[in-house]
Design a protein around this ligand. Structure first.
Ligand SMILES: Nc1ncnc2c1ncn2[C@@H]1O[C@H](COP(=O)(O)OP(=O)(O)OP(=O)(O)O)[C@@H](O)[C@H]1O
Ligand SMILES: [Mg+2]
Length: 361
């Protein structure tokens, strides 16, 4: 039997739909995944096998081939567990319901059949919607995040057994209500406010101009003159983000797995203050499993480099391209990724390594 289930994979911040095709044929029992899966996807085999068995279904002792199409792009992430397990159950004749093809599925499986939370839900849901899917099944814990997006019906289930029961018509499910919580006043509640800065009219004016025009700032001054203090209070005078900006910032934070409140958009401008020992990859993004770096996490917000001369020279050099282009392009053998990086750079330093002398060396 052959089955086809729909899902999506991420490439940077953009998602592209993936067809999960499952074929079950006679032969020696085996489970093969093809279509350039990465390690996490290859490990799915074990999770799928255990989840199907522990949900009370029979795992077919036949030759099973799972193809992730298009087969020429690399597939990353654990969120393909659920579509692969459902494809397998569909091909084995357990589901027997064609409406499964109207849905797209995202979710990681636990060995007991529970559907676990995954990162990057927002860009995945946006990509599926743009590709014409209007019914999407997500893990319970991601449902509120997915429901931020307009014009899609989000269904959520806590385990594999429930989904199968739903497609068999034995239980009913209603789409998750879209509830958008915008916390515009969040920053006003924070303890650090620009009004707390005493005197210093010159630098305050400089900060106001930078906030209005999006300019970068370098503060040079002796220890204790309030440089760190001023920078930390800078976000409180920045303008509010627009809806589009908030969606883009939330997408980046979703991919990086940094969202703490899964039901709301990030509406306060990010303030990122990496330690001076940061590596160039952590600053710019990338790595073996590419992740946005600090410059992208600071998108539409502030990147604060305290004690600028302490940063390694090569780390400061890599900032040049993202500041000029406002995007970071990371090249890999399998293609290139682009993350946005439009931020205000705020840096502070002492005039001299000894701290006090007022001369630049
Ligand atoms: N204009 C000011 N208004 C209110 N508090 C201030 C002001 N200037 C400095 N302070 C206070 O002085 C202390 C030292 O300031 P801060 O740590 O920002 O100095 P700094 O310039 O970053 O020093 P360093 O070069 O050692 O990092 C802080 O507790 C800060 O609150
Ligand atoms: Mg300081």
């Amino acid at each position: 039997m052959l089955s086809r289930i729909f899902s999506c994979v991420l490439n940077g911040l953009d998602g592209s739909t993936t067809d999960v095709e499952v074929d079950i044929s006679n032969g020696l029992p085996a489970l093969n995944i093809v279509g350039l899966p990465d390690t996490a996807v290859k490990e799915s085999k074990e999770r799928i096998r255990a989840a199907i068995k522990n949900s009370g279904f029979e795992f077919p002792m036949k030759r099973i081939t799972i193809n992730l199409a298009p087969a020429n792009t690399k597939k990353e992430g654990t969120h393909l567990d659920l579509p692969m397990a459902l494809g397998l159950l569909d091909a084995a004749g357990v589901i027997k319901n064609d409406s499964v093809k109207e849905f797209a599925f995202i979710g990681e499986l636990s060995l007991n059949g529970k559907i676990n939370r995954v990162t990057g839900i927002l860009p995945l849901v946006i990509a599926l919607r743009n590709n014409g899917f209007n019914k999407i099944v997500l893990p319970d814990e991601n449902a509120a995040e997915g429901a931020i997006i307009k014009d899609v019906e989000i269904y959520s289930f806590s385990n594999l057994y429930e989904i199968v029961q739903f497609f068999k018509g034995e239980i009913a499910a209603t789409p998750v209500q879209r509830k958008l919580i915008i916390e515009h006043n969040e920053k006003n509640d924070s303890a650090e406010d620009f009004s707390e800065v005493v005197g210093q009219e010159g630098i305050k004016r400089a900060f106001q101009i930078a906030a209005a025009g999006g300019h970068n700032i370098l503060m040079i001054g002796p220890p204790g003159s309030g440089k760190t203090m001023l920078a930390r209070r800078f976000p409180s005078i920045l303008p509010d983000m627009t809806y589009e900006e908030a969606i883009e910032v939330t997408k980046i934070h979703s991919v990086a797995g940094l969202l703490t409140n899964y039901s709301s958009l990030v509406t306060t401008r990010p303030f990122r203050s990496p330690h001076h020992t940061i590596s160039s990859i952590a600053l710019i993004g990338g790595g073996r499993m590419p992740k946005p770096g600090e410059v992208s996490l600071a998108h539409y917000g502030i990147l604060f480099l305290d004690e600028l001369p302490e940063f390694q020279r090569n780390v400061l050099e890599v900032l040049r391209q993202p500041i000029e282009d406002e995007v970071v392009t990371i090249s890999r053998i399998n293609g290139t990724l682009t993350y946005p990086s439009k931020f205000i750079l705020v840096a502070s330093m002492n005039p001299c390594a000894c701290g006090n002398k007022l001369q630049l060396n």
